[in-house]
Design a protein around this ligand. Structure first.
Ligand code: FES
Length: 251
């Protein structure tokens, strides 16, 4: 049964990318457990604005687990205490009366802090851009059944495509590796017949861009897989490595 709870909230505040950040502590009183964590931050921001101070900056958009914008560390976990859930899907019933809740931005060299809890994830966009386009016949639309795709291949591709690019894999990884994200994006295209035309070039370009942007390497700790809100499998990383090595050997 949901009830009102009171708790201590520690939030990372940082005025800009180069500024020194620190935690600001707030006492939250009578917050109903039926509201989401982001709604709790909204309530806090209203209070801060009414006090004539700067509200806490944090990213969000869909608030239903689709866009991947709500990238926060909550009590030391990317996206907080839920399993297979984004921050926006975390409700206050996950927390107890009298608890201390700590909220931080992603901590990774690949995602510099812009302000408070908002980080710059444009490096992900650059990796996607490096992947380029899929060659398609731009003539008349093909019948849906014209290209037959085995069910298991279609499912693997769709599973990889469920990655929302939130960055929790990078945030969870001690090496700051983006390999789960990059491998999911490579797999979703390279597994399908339509994506095979540029498969080798795409794997090389996206891996090179990932390295160029300073992301670390995978050492198989599987922290990324454990914290991914969409349950992306590290088998995608193995597939990406195979694609990359065979593309390089062909060179
Ligand atoms: S706000 Fe879109 S996934 Fe959380």
């Amino acid at each position: 049964m949901d009830k009102n709870i009171s708790f201590t909230l520690k939030v990372w505040r940082q005025k800009g990318p180069k500024a020194k950040g620190s935690f600001e502590t707030f006492q939250m009183k009578d917050i109903h457990q039926s509201i989401s964590l982001l709604e709790m931050l909204d309530i806090l921001n209203e209070r801060i604005i009414n006090e004539g101070k700067e509200p806490i900056v944090f990213d969000h958009d869909c608030r239903e687990g689709i866009c991947g914008m709500c990238s926060l560390y909550v009590n030391g976990h990317p996206h907080g205490p839920g399993v297979r859930a984004t921050t926006c899907q975390i409700y206050m019933r996950r927390f107890n009366d009298g608890e201390t809740i700590t909220i931080e931005p992603w901590r990774s060299a690949g995602f510099p802090v812009i302000r408070d809890l908002m980080v710059d994830r444009s490096s992900y966009d650059k990796i996607i851009q490096a992947g380029g386009y899929v060659s398609v016949n731009t003539g008349a639309p093909q019948d849906a059944n014209a290209i037959l795709i085995p069910k298991d291949i279609a499912e693997k591709s769709m599973d990889a495509a469920s990655c929302i690019g939130c960055g929790s894999c990078v945030a969870a990884c001690k090496n700051g590796s983006a390999m789960l994200f990059v491998s999911a994006k490579i797999s979703q295209l390279n597994l399908l017949p339509q994506g095979k035309v540029e498969a080798a070039r795409r794997a090389k370009a996206m891996v090179s861009k990932m390295d160029e942007l300073g992301f670390g390497n995978c050492t198989n700790t599987r922290a990324c897989e454990a914290e991914c809100p969409k349950g992306i499998s590290i088998s995608n990383i193995a597939r990406m490595n195979r694609e990359f090595i065979s593309a390089k050997l062909k060179d």
